[in-house]
Design a protein around this ligand. Sequence first.
Ligand code: HT7
Ligand code: ZN
Length: 854
Amino acid sequence: PQVTRLADYRPPAWTVPAIALDFDLDDKATRVTSRLTVERGEGGPLVLDGEGLRLISLSVDGKPLGDGDYSYADDKLTITLNGDSHIVESVVEISPIANTQLMGLYASEGMLCTQCEAEGFRRITFFPDRPDVLSRFTVKMTADKARYPVLLSNGNRVAAGEGKDGRHWAEWEDPFPKPCYLFALVAGDLSALKDEFVTASGRKVELGIWVREADVPRCRHAMDALKSSMRWDEQVYGREYDLDLFNIVAVSDFNFGAMENKGLNIFNSKYILADADTATDLDFDNVAAVVAHEYFHNWTGNRITCRDWFQLSLKEGLTVYRDQEFSADHGSRAVKRIEDVRMLRAVQFQEDSGPLAHPVRPESYMEISNFYTATIYNKGAEVIRMLATLLGADRYRAGCDLYFDRHDGQAVTIEDWVKAHEDANGLDLTQFRRWYAQAGTPRVAVSSRYDAASKSLEIDLAQSTPPTPGQDSKAPFHIPLDVALFGRDSGARLGDPRLIELKDSSATIRLDDVAEPPVLSINRGFSAPIAIDAPQTREELAHLSAHDDDPFARYEALQRLALLTLTDAIRRGDEVADPALVDAVAATLDSGLDPAFIGEAVLLPSEAFIGDQMPTVDPDAIHGVREATRRTLGSQLNDRWWSAYRANRDNRYELNPEAKGRRRLKNVALGYLVADADPKAVSTTFEQFGDADNMTDRLAALGLLTSLEVGEREAALAAFHARYKNDPLVLDKWFATQALSTHPDALDQVIALSRHADFSRTNPNRFRALIGSFGANQPRFHAADGGGYAFLANEVLAVDGLNSQSAARMVQPLTRWRRFGADRAALMRAELERILATPGLSKDVYEVVSKGLA
Ligand code: HT7
Ligand code: ZN
């Protein structure tokens, strides 16, 4: 496959100031007539992208073109034009029902919808499918009225009427020029939850969330989140919504979370539908975060878009940062930060240390959809967070204001974003730009010396970043480190926290007026997305976990203490938990802090994260030691877990941060009790499973039972299936729970589930629930005989012809073979080689697998 390179970027040869689309919709054969106004840009022939289109007719300025007047090969339609401005009209036919890739126009549960980012528009009509071509869209759609009573597109509906043979039509106009990846259309039998929002300047906006009629009551949470997001963007970034209408549609078959099409967001129904019986607290939080994320794109992505796809993090990193801050402002900031950092470490740090590592602004790709990664999204958000930290709130806002003023209506680059912050604040961010250009997670080694005579502390810092593909050596990063000191004896904070800016490879920082021997707390709040190597003792970590006044740092200290204990035990080959860890967990349980925080802090690091800290990952040893430590904590703190369980049980379900925090701690406590095989805990879990008045509690109980070898396991799984078999989003949880189970027979059970009548390879949610979850099940996926690897590879091959994006995502766990011992590595490589040798492989999977083997 061809490689696209940032260095080869050239402005468009032709621009398209206007496009008029006419859709004659039908699920088997849709006819698309497009009328492009094209204007000469850089010059050369007009080259339009088009993939899988059946060309029916083509004309320029009203004159039909014959075979010799154009060429259509390798997904490019080329026409030589002599003037500076022309009208190019094409008629094509496409088949939505045959579209299993879910890119372009496709059918989902009887409705028709589109997904155009990144390169789906070329599967609808001929067009320069690149984000720097901005056009005014007018759209006419005609469809059978009974099957598709609702017809939606971007912007405002300007006309509608009845047609012949039971058909009807609607016309939509979007006043804002946009790249074609933001085009959207929906036709279906939908009902709306409607509401309205009055902007800060007093404009009324009609809001609608469109779903199947029965699902309307499950849209309230999403609607409330939408209205809060609109207000938040006005208050925090000074950005108002700009159309009179904002529609959201939920669909069941969707490759991703959601899509920010101008004025017509399309969502995976998983991120819209929520009620107590079917959605967990995490689901509710995700709905609000994704609704906010897509709404925020209206300014960061739509009004100002990307020049090319190498700039993807310009909109995605910034919008993730904005949605993270929105969520932090609407719940516990500390817990939100803990969750975000946990996700960053679990997914992005792994990516950054493996064969698919790439900079936040990549330099090349084969298939752009492989670059919707944790690096672009989550590390991109961390880079914005560091910028905001270094600048402070006012200067960060000044930089954003200048960016919006300067670039509204344009397709721009990450460089333009950084430059706006420099110009607004008279700064030089030359070194900071390396965060966009260099891949890899920097490590900072920290050591410190206290001098009692001068009451000063010297901190030695040294940064290094490991090589990543194509980047052997790295220049030093500009790293903001939030630092504080705590008295070793008093536990009190000594002076104010400080922001250290590490710019050189190494530096020594001297802190004066340190009244007593201190314990150093560094990278508080995770001020930089790095790994810290600090030779801190267990006592120091326990001290910080009890005294640090930054909740994130407190959590981090306990996690590092747990990590030390676990990795030591694994190295020693025994399973004895350190009493210091037991005491620190007990102290955290007794701390009286927010239950939501305690629930997060007392969880042990995940098996994957423990593996990341070891030179070679040994999944069995990690699983054995982690489980033994959970048992020890369960038995030694048995009374405390029961008290936490009982104290946080509520009589009646409520959805607010306090109630969610209590549910969290209660279910974490139950997990420790079950880990210790307390028979009373198993029966309590089964009771909770049956009696729960909400999905959080029911699913937590099901998850615990599913990993046990007890009779209640099968009973609970059967009851859950019977109760929710007609609710696809809940059935996904049933599949995922079994795929994540650490039950010794999990692989056989997952293989059986892949043949279950309810399993599907064409529905990405269902496929991800079973296959994606199993790939994340470290002890069972990495079964020593390679059965997990072979199963995953078979599934990747089975889905590739249907949905290559799903396939490319699922194959990724196999690319980490270098991190495992020789036997497992050989088995994983063999599966990658088998996949690579398969004829007809998609470009998506080819890119991931070939890079994974390199
Ligand atoms: N901007 C959206 C990206 C997206 C996407 C990308 C590839 C294939 C399918 C897709 N659906 C949506 C999502 C977002 O970040 O808001
Ligand atoms: Zn996004």
